[in-house]
Write a protein that binds this ligand. Structure first.
Ligand SMILES: [Zn+2]
Length: 283
C-alpha cells in the first residue's frame, strides 16, 4: 500500500469559531480512510506569519499571491525550528492549506495553486445557512483531500454547471451551498476519482462528503456530540458561534431542561387548580 498523501493545515485566528471543534472534525477524517492524512501545523495564529489573515482582515489578492510562496517557505522553516527546539525529527510537511476568516478584495473564497491552497471564509454570513460555516469548511477540506488524490485536479474535478457535486465551480462562497448540503460526486467527477483511487476508495470519500458519519447529538458517542461539547452544535449553530437564540433552543432540547419544564408545568397546573377550587368555595 502506498504512503498516504498529507494535507498540512495552517489556520489563522478563527475568531469565535471553536478551533477545537474544527480540528476534531477534520482529524476524525483520518480514521475513516487511508489515502490522505490531515494534520494541523502548530503555528501560532498570532505569529507575524498568520496575523494578516485574521478574522475581518481585508487582503489584496495580489498581495496574498506575492506573499503566499514566502509564507509557505516560512511556515515550513518555522516548523523545522520548532521541531529542532523539541529535538524532534525534521517534519515532512504535506501540501499546505491555509484557513482564514479574512476576505480577499476580489471576494474569492478559495485559491488553488500547485504549491498550496487557501480557504477564505471572511464573506460568510448566516444568510448562507444552511449549511453552517463549520459544515462548509469541512466540505472544502474534504475536497482538498480528494484533490490530492486526483492528477490534473483542475481538469478532472471542476465543472461550470451546478450539480450539487463537490466539483461544481462556484464563483462565490454563497453559491457553495449545494455542494456542501448534497455532498456527492457527479458521474464525471466520480469517474476521475475512481480512475485515481479505485471504486472502493471513491465510495469511502463520497460517504465522507455525505457527512452521515457525523451522526446526531442523540448518540452520546457520535462525532456530532463531541463537536457539540467542543462548542458547536452542528444542528443548531449556523454561524461562527452559537447565538443567544441558538443557546436557548439547545437548552430546551436538553433532557434535564425538559424534565425541569415538565415539573414547572405540573406545579403551575396544581396551583391553578387549587386557586380555582378556592374561588369556587368562596362563591
Ligand atoms: Zn462533478
Amino acid at each position: 500500500m502506498s504512503e498516504p498523501r498529507r494535507i498540512s493545515l495552517c489556520c489563522a485566528d478563527l475568531g469565535n469559531l471553536p478551533r477545537a471543534a474544527v480540528e476534531y472534525l477534520v482529524l476524525n477524517l483520518n480514521t475513516r480512510q487511508r489515502q490522505v492524512e490531515f494534520e494541523f501545523l502548530p503555528v501560532s495564529a498570532t505569529s507575524p506569519l498568520l496575523s494578516p489573515l485574521g478574522p475581518g482582515a481585508l487582503i489584496s489578492l495580489d498581495q496574498f499571491h506575492r506573499r503566499a510562496t514566502e509564507l509557505v517557505a516560512r511556515v515550513a522553516q518555522d516548523m523545522e525550528h520548532q521541531s529542532a527546539a523539541y529535538r524532534l525529527p525534521k517534519p515532512s510537511l504535506g501540501r499546505m492549506v491555509f484557513v482564514s476568516l479574512a476576505t480577499l478584495d476580489g471576494h474569492y473564497y478559495y485559491i488553488y495553486e500547485p504549491e498550496y491552497s487557501a480557504i477564505f471564509l471572511g464573506d460568510w454570513n448566516t444568510k448562507m445557512a444552511p449549511p453552517s460555516i463549520l459544515e462548509s469548511l469541512l466540505t472544502l477540506i474534504i475536497r482538498e483531500g480528494i484533490y490530492a488524490l486526483v492528477p490534473n485536479t483542475t481538469a478532472g474535478l471542476t465543472h461550470y454547471a451546478t450539480r450539487g457535486c463537490v466539483g461544481d465551480f462556484n464563483a462565490s462562497l454563497r453559491d457553495t451551498r449545494y455542494k456542501v448540503l448534497q455532498g456527492f460526486l457527479c458521474s464525471e467527477c466520480r469517474g476521475s476519482v475512481e480512475a485515481a483511487v479505485g471504486s472502493e476508495a471513491c465510495a469511502a470519500w463520497t460517504a465522507l462528503l455525505g457527512k452521515s458519519w457525523i451522526g446526531t447529538v442523540a448518540d452520546s458517542t457520535s462525532p456530532a456530540t463531541i463537536v457539540k461539547k467542543l462548542g458547536y452544535n452542528l444542528f443548531l449553530t449556523e454561524g461562527f458561534a452559537p447565538t443567544y437564540r441558538e443557546r436557548f433552543l439547545q437548552l430546551l432540547q436538553e433532557d434535564g431542561t425538559k424534565e425541569f419544564l415538565k415539573l414547572v408545568s405540573a406545579v403551575l397546573a396544581a396551583v391553578l387548580a387549587a386557586a380555582i377550587l378556592l374561588w369556587l368555595k368562596l362563591k
